[in-house]
Design a protein around this ligand. Structure first.
Ligand code: BES
Ligand code: ZN
Ligand code: ZN
Length: 500
């Protein structure tokens, strides 16, 4: 799949070579300089005329008309050299992947060094290349009898660089692992609720565990009753599908300490329950397990790269349905931690299942927590569809997660949780907490509620209701599930405790 070489002969017969070009007047260097010479300076002419340009994310295809063995050069604009970031370069590769796919080519050469700057070195560029191409290539198979999916995908990548070949190869493989894991998460989210029940999600987790040697535990309803997981059980009460509490453990250290708990909301379909959603609001609620998908995607990366870290992943999974047995507004339930909750809105079910999952992750020894959830429509009102909403009870742990999110190119924005906000979730005449303190600061109320269960454990809450699904395609994938936060979680785990 990947070959890396230093020696490079422009007369090699190849379908296309992808080249990065910066927005600057300086002449071509390296491989392109040689190509230009062989083409009698035609590339320089095209550059001067503005036909080849370094404008960010522009794509220019140039036929070499028999002057080189390589038939086509695909110039990818990278903008200003000084401003190049890991994110720009990943998107540029995504754009290039689309262009090459449209040309129906299956092999390509990459002039890696043309993408390198002082800030983005060769190993970053090769990671971005592999990841960007995987992400851009994603398509959801769907269920049509006749599909119009692209039949050709790029199968062979030949990378040309002066850099150490082994290291580049390793970095390409890691980039590919990241891309593939995000794509796995996307597929889980795109799969409809009837085809991805809690039982299916548990089976998927077991498969991951078998592939990577994780310890897996699936709690059944009887186990939950014994453990007193009254919050998850309440949400499941109206369903004919059994609930599952899914736990995966990865131990990368000798001792089970400094454990990171990754908790993902796994509602396979959210009707809203008796606080039922509107007929338009309910459509798309198969994606209410985006948090679970992100955690499973992160575990796929962790299984592949085997970091020296300890991780416990916990996914509370059920659908939120209506029937004669369903829970209802005014009910008071008791969570696993012992806290009682007055249910004011059955559509605020995510925080309920997460309450028990957070408690359970702590019981499994989690010292640091991140929960990821498609929790509130309110976060979309507050931050739109490009920013994940983040809340925390610990500045240092938040900084680590934020740093990982920058690196992953998955931006997040902090929302506060004040003492007054905490008072609002504690405001109930008959219980310790209420699950829906009114519409002001919706997203914050969700976070504040989960925080009551994280207690003193450093915790970050990520509300991905706005970012888990894209209404339009981007350079790095089609519309639909984005697989957001799989990479951030994996990077937060990988980098944990390392100072950089
Ligand atoms: N699953 C929804 C949140 C959601 C909304 C996700 C839109 C993706 C897109 C969640 O369970 C929910 O219904 N939240 C309510 C909370 C409210 C009742 C306190 C909301 O945000 O409206
Ligand atoms: Zn809901
Ligand atoms: Zn929900």
């Amino acid at each position: 799949m990947y070959t890396v070489s230093k020696e490079f002969n422009l007369d090699t017969i190849a379908e296309c070579m992808v080249v990065g070009v910066f927005d600057k007047p300086a002449p071509f260097t390296g491989v392109i300089q040689t190509a230009d010479e062989k083409m009698d300076g035609q590339l320089t002419e095209l550059f001067k005329a503005g036909d080849i340009q370094g404008k960010k994310k522009s794509i220019v295809k140039v036929h070499t008309l028999g002057k080189l063995g390589i038939k086509r050069l695909v110039f990818v604009g990278l903008g200003k050299e000084k401003e190049l970031t890991f994110e720009t370069i990943r998107e540029a590769f995504g754009k290039a992947a689309k262009a090459v796919k449209e040309m129906r080519l299956t092999k390509l050469l990459l002039a890696l060094d043309s993408f390198v700057t002082e800030k983005v070195e060769e190993l970053d560029a090769s990671h971005a290349f592999a990841e960007g191409f995987e992400l851009a290539a994603y398509q959801f198979t769907g269920y049509k009898q006749k599909t119009n999916l692209a039949d050709k995908t790029i199968e062979e990548f030949a990378i040309v660089t002066e850099y150490d070949q082994e290291e580049i190869l390793a970095s390409l493989k890691v980039g590919r692992v990241f891309g593939k894991a995000v794509n796995s998460a996307r597929t889980l989210v795109n799969t409809p609720g009837n085809l991805l029940t809690s039982t299916d999600m548990a089976d998927y987790a077991i498969q991951l565990a078998e592939r990577y040697g994780f310890e897996a535990e699936i709690l059944e309803k009887e186990d939950m009753l014994k453990l007193g997981m009254g919050a998850l059980l309440a949400v499941n009460q109206g369903s004919s599908e059994p609930p599952k509490m899914i736990t995966l453990k990865y131990q990368g250290k000798d001792e089970w300490k400094d454990v990171i708990g990754l908790v993902g909301k796994g509602i396979t379909f959210d009707t809203g329950g008796y606080s039922i959603k509107t007929k338009s609001g309910i459509v798309g609620m198969k994606t209410d397990m985006g948090g679970a998908a992100a955690v499973l995607g992160a575990m796929e990366i962790i299984g592949e790269i085997q970091p020296e870290q300890n991780v416990v992943a916990v996914i509370p999974s059920t659908d939120n349905m209506i029937s004669g047995t369903a829970f209802k507004p005014d009910d008071v339930i008791t969570a696993m931690s012992g806290k009682t909750i007055e249910v004011l809105n059955t559509d605020a079910e995510g925080r309920l299942v997460l309450a028990d999952a957070v408690t359970y992750a702590k019981q499994h020894g989690a010292d640091y927590l991140v929960d990821v959830a498609t929790l509130t429509g309110g976060v979309i009102t507050a931050l739109g569809n490009d920013m994940t909403g983040a809340m925390t009870n610990d500045e240092e742990w938040f900084e680590e997660v934020l740093q990982a999110s920058y690196e992953a190119g998955e931006p997040m924005w902090r929302l506060p949780i004040t003492e007054k906000d905490k008072e609002r979730v504690r405001n109930s005449k008959i219980a310790d907490l209420n699950n829906s303190p009114g519409s002001a600061g919706h997203a914050i109320m969700g976070g504040a509620f989960i925080g009551e269960f994280a207690e003193k454990t450093p915790w970050v809450h990520l509300d991905i209701a706005g970012t888990s699904v894209a209404s339009q395609s981007s350079d790095l994938g089609p519309s639909g599930a984005t697989g957001v936060m799989a990479r951030t979680l994996a990077l937060a785990v990988e980098r944990f405790g390392t100072e950089e």
